[in-house]
Design a protein around this ligand. Structure first.
Ligand code: ATP
Length: 663
C-alpha cells in the first residue's frame, strides 16, 4: 500500500459516538479549525512518513508540536485530559481526545518508528520518558540543563578569611531580630557556584548582588592579588539598560574602597550579545568548546530565560565560574518554551533547607535563618539549598496599594484584590470601562503622554543647534516617554494592543495636532525582530523626530537609546525599520523587564486563555509609583486572578535523576 493510502486508513479509536476517521482527515480538521498550526501538521506528516502505521503517535506528534507554542516543554500524559481538551473548541473533538488518552498504551506508543525510549542509544524525533513525550531537541536541552546544574550544585566554594567581618560591614545588624534575607542570599552566593535569588519588585536583588560582588572582589584581591572577571547580563536590551542604571547607583553607594568599587562592572549586556549571537542561526560564538571568559556571571530578569537560552548559557559557562540568577519567580514565564526560573524556585517560599544549610548560613550571617513560611527539607532538595527568596519590598511600603495588590493577585486572593481596587489612593486607580473609546481612557492617554509631546513640541532645539543638543533633547524625550505606558493583556479585539494603539494615535493627534501619515513626528515604535545590521534588538523602543539634515532643512529620523557601550542616542532612517509597531500600548508580555512610573493595565471585555494571575502580576509590578487598572468586562479580572499558568516540563525530575535524589 502506498503511503498516501495509509494516511487515509481509518483509525480504530472509537468512543461512544466519536470516531476518529483517517489520520489525515483528523489532522486536516484540526488544521482547519486552527487548533494546530501548519508547522504542527507538517511535523506530524514527517513522523507519519517514518512510520505510516503509527496512527495515534502521529496525532500525538501534532499535539506535542502544538503545545510547544504554548510554552510547554513536553506533552505529559500523567496530567488530566483537560489540558489537551482545552485546545479544542468542539465538543466532539474533546471527546475524541479523551478517547485517545483512555486507550493510550505506552508500549504501543514507544513502538512507533519515530519514538524512542532510549534517546542516548537511539535518537528519534520523539522521546518518551515515563509519561512525558518530548521533541528530541527539548528532551536534550532539559537533560543537559539538569546535568549542568547538577555539576554546579556539587561545587562548593570556600569563603576566605575575614568573610564574616566583611559580610557584617556590608549588611549591618538591623534593629529587629528578623532574618536579613539579603545577607543570607549573599552568604549563599559566596559559598557555591550556582545561586538563585528570587524576589518581587524592589526586594533588593540588585543591592544584594552589588554587595556580593564587592565581597567577592575583596577576597579575590587579597587572596589572588587580582580581581575576578565579572560579567552582568539580562535577557533584553531594556532590562540590561535598567540594570546598568541601578547597578551604577548601587556601586556608588558601596561602603568599600575605590579599588573595589572600580572592580565591579556597571555595564550590563544582553544575553545574546554576551554569548555572541550569530545572525540567522540559533548558534552562538560561545559554547562548550569556546566558553565565555569570566569568573562570575550575574543574570537579571531570569524569569525571561527560556529553556533553549538557559541551555546555551550553561554550556558556554566555564566550569570554575560562579553563576548567580536573579529574578521574580512569580512573573510571566519566557515567551518561548520553558519556565526555568519558576520551576527551579518552586519551593522558594518554603525554603526546604536542610539542617546543615540552615546552620551554615546562620553561622556565616551571625543570626538565625527563620521565617514562618520555612519548612524543613532534606537531601532530595538539592536546588533548594542554592535558592533564596527576598521577602521584604524596599520599594513599596507595607501599606502601598501597588505592592498589596500585586501580593493579593499573586496569592490568588480575589476578594482582597477587589477590595484594594475599590479603595482609591494616590497610587492606585480602578476604572470600569464601558467601551474602548470611553472618555476616562482618552483622558488617561492624554495625561500619560502629554509630557513627552511637550518636549517634542515645546523644547525643540533651534534649527542651528549642534547635533549634541538634538541628542540630549531626543534622549530626554525617550526617558519621558518611558514614564507612562498602556499595557494590554491581549493583541486583538477592542482592548487589544492594536486597537488601543490606533485609539491613542487618534486621541493624541486630535489633542496635540500630531502629523498625519504612517511615519509622523512623535510616533513611538518598538522593534519586533532583532536587526543585527542596525544593532537594534526585539523590544527596543524609538521615537520618530525631525532633526537637521545638514542642508538647512529637517528630516525624519527614529531616535533610539544609546547602544551598549556607547554614550549617545542613535538616529535611524525610518525606511530602514521594517519590523516595527507603534507602541503607545504594548502587551504585558513585551513589557517584561521594563518599569514605568505610571502603568495603565487594560483588561479586555471577555475572558481569554492568556489572562492569568501571572500576567496580571507582571503588569501590576511594571508600575513604580502609580497604577491604573482598567477593566472592560465585569468579572474578567477576578477570573484572571483565579487562573494560574502551568507549563509541562520534566526539569525537576531530570534534576532529581542526575543528582541521584528523589522528586
Ligand atoms: N538593605 C537595604 N537597605 C536600605 N535600602 C535598600 C536595601 N536594599 C535595597 N534598598 C533600596 O531599595 C530599592 C530597591 O532595591 P533594588 O533595586 O536592589 O531591588 P530589586 O529587587 O533589584 O528591584 P527591581 O524589582 O527593580 O529589580 C533601592 O532604592 C535600594 O537602594
Amino acid at each position: 500500500m502506498q503511503q498516501q493510502d495509509l494516511f487515509s486508513v481509518p483509525c480504530e479509536i472509537e468512543h461512544e459516538n466519536v470516531q476518529l476517521g483517517s489520520v489525515q482527515d483528523t489532522l486536516s480538521r484540526w488544521l482547519d479549525s486552527k487548533t494546530i498550526r501548519p508547522l504542527d501538521y507538517a511535523f506530524a506528516e514527517f513522523c507519519w512518513q517514518l512510520d505510516p502505521a503509527a496512527t495515534e503517535a502521529v496525532l500525538f506528534a501534532a499535539l506535542l508540536s502544538r503545545m510547544l507554542a504554548d510554552g510547554h516543554i513536553c506533552l505529559d500524559f500523567s496530567l488530566s485530559s483537560a489540558q489537551l481538551e482545552t485546545l479544542f473548541a468542539e465538543q466532539d473533538e474533546r471527546l475524541l481526545i479523551r478517547a485517545l488518552l483512555a486507550e493510550l498504551d505506552f508500549e504501543h506508543l514507544a513502538s512507533a518508528g519515530f519514538v524512542t525510549r532510549e534517546p542516548n542509544a537511539h535518537a528519534a524525533p520523539l522521546v518518551l520518558q515515563g509519561s512525558r513525550l518530548y521533541l528530541y531537541r527539548y528532551w536534550n536541552y532539559e537533560t543537559e540543563v539538569a546535568q549542568f546544574l547538577s555539576q554546579r550544585l556539587r561545587q562548593p566554594c570556600a569563603v576566605g578569611e575575614g568573610f564574616v567581618q566583611q559580610l557584617n560591614n556590608l549588611f549591618p545588624a538591623g534593629t529587629t531580630n528578623s532574618t536579613d534575607w539579603q545577607k543570607v542570599a549573599c552568604a549563599m552566593a559566596a559559598t557555591g557556584n550556582f545561586t538563585l535569588i528570587t524576589g518581587g519588585p524592589g526586594t533588593g536583588k540588585t543591592t544584594t548582588v552589588v554587595r556580593l560582588l564587592a565581597l567577592l572582589q575583596e577576597q579575590a584581591m587579597r587572596e589572588q592579588q587580582r580581581p575576578l572577571y565579572v560579567r552582568l547580563a539580562a535577557p533584553t536590551g531594556k532590562a540590561a539598560a535598567r540594570l546598568t542604571e541601578s547597578i551604577s547607583q548601587q556601586i556608588a553607594a558601596l561602603p568599600v574602597t575605590e579599588a573595589i568599587r572600580d572592580s565591579i562592572p556597571a555595564q550590563v549586556s544582553t544575553l545574546h550579545r554576551l554569548l555572541g549571537s550569530l545572525p540567522h542561526t540559533r548558534d552562538f560564538k560561545h559554547h562548550r568548546q569556546n566558553p565565555l571568559l569570566l569568573d562570575v556571571l550575574v543574570v537579571d530578569e531570569a524569569s525571561m530565560i527560556d529553556l533553549d537560552m538557559m541551555h546555551s548559557l550553561l554550556q558556554a559557562l566555564p566550569e570554575h565560574a560562579r553563576l548567580i540568577l536573579l529574578g521574580d519567580k512569580d512573573q510571566l514565564a519566557s515567551v518561548e518554551a520553558g519556565s526555568v526560573l519558576g520551576e527551579l524556585c518552586l519551593h522558594a517560599e518554603q525554603g526546604l533547607y536542610t539542617e546543615q544549610t540552615r546552620a551554615e548560613l546562620a553561622a556565616l550571617c551571625g543570626m538565625p535563618v527563620s521565617h514562618p513560611q520555612l519548612q524543613p527539607g532534606d537531601a532530595r532538595h538539592t536546588i533548594e539549598q542554592r535558592t533564596v527568596m527576598l521577602r521584604d519590598s524596599r520599594r513599596f511600603a507595607g501599606d502601598s496599594g501597588i505592592g498589596r495588590l500585586a501580593a493579593a493577585v499573586n496569592q490568588m486572593d480575589v476578594r482582597q484584590a477587589q477590595e484594594l481596587l475599590q479603595t482609591p489612593s494616590a497610587e492606585l486607580a480602578y476604572l470600569q470601562l464601558t467601551s474602548a473609546v470611553a472618555a476616562p481612557l482618552k483622558e488617561l492617554i492624554i495625561s500619560g503622554y502629554q509630557a513627552y509631546v511637550h518636549i517634542l513640541q515645546q523644547e525643540r532645539p533651534a534649527k542651528t543647534a549642534e547635533l549634541d543638543e538634538y541628542q540630549e533633547w531626543a534622549a530626554r524625550m525617550l526617558r519621558t516617554f518611558d514614564e507612562f505606558r498602556l499595557l494590554c493583556a491581549v493583541r486583538a479585539g477592542d482592548f487589544g494592543v492594536q486597537a488601543i494603539n490606533r485609539l491613542a494615535e487618534t486621541v493624541l493627534r486630535n489633542a496635540f495636532a500630531l502629523d498625519e501619515g504612517a511615519w509622523y513626528e512623535g510616533r513611538p515604535v518598538i522593534i519586533t525582530r532583532n536587526n543585527y545590521g542596525l544593532g537594534l534588538m526585539n523590544g527596543d523602543i524609538g521615537i520618530a523626530v525631525k532633526v537637521p539634515d545638514g542642508s538647512g532643512d529637517t528630516a525624519l529620523r527614529v531616535v533610539f537609546s544609546q547602544a551598549e557601550g556607547e554614550s549617545q542616542v542613535r538616529f535611524v532612517l525610518p525606511s530602514r525599520l521594517t519590523e516595527v509597531e507603534t507602541v503607545f500600548a504594548m502587551t504585558v508580555h513585551k513589557s517584561q523587564g521594563s518599569e514605568f512610573n505610571h502603568a495603565a493595565v487594560l483588561i479586555p471585555e471577555r475572558d481569554n486563555p492568556v489572562l492569568s494571575k501571572e500576567l496580571l502580576y507582571t503588569g501590576i509590578t511594571r508600575a513604580k509609583h502609580r497604577l491604573s487598572l482598567l477593566e472592560a468586562g465585569r468579572g474578567v479580572f477576578a477570573q484572571a486572578v483565579k487562573t494560574k499558568v502551568s507549563r509541562n516540563s520534566g526539569l525537576r525530575s531530570a534534576l532529581a535523576v542526575v543528582s541521584g535524589a528523589g522528586g
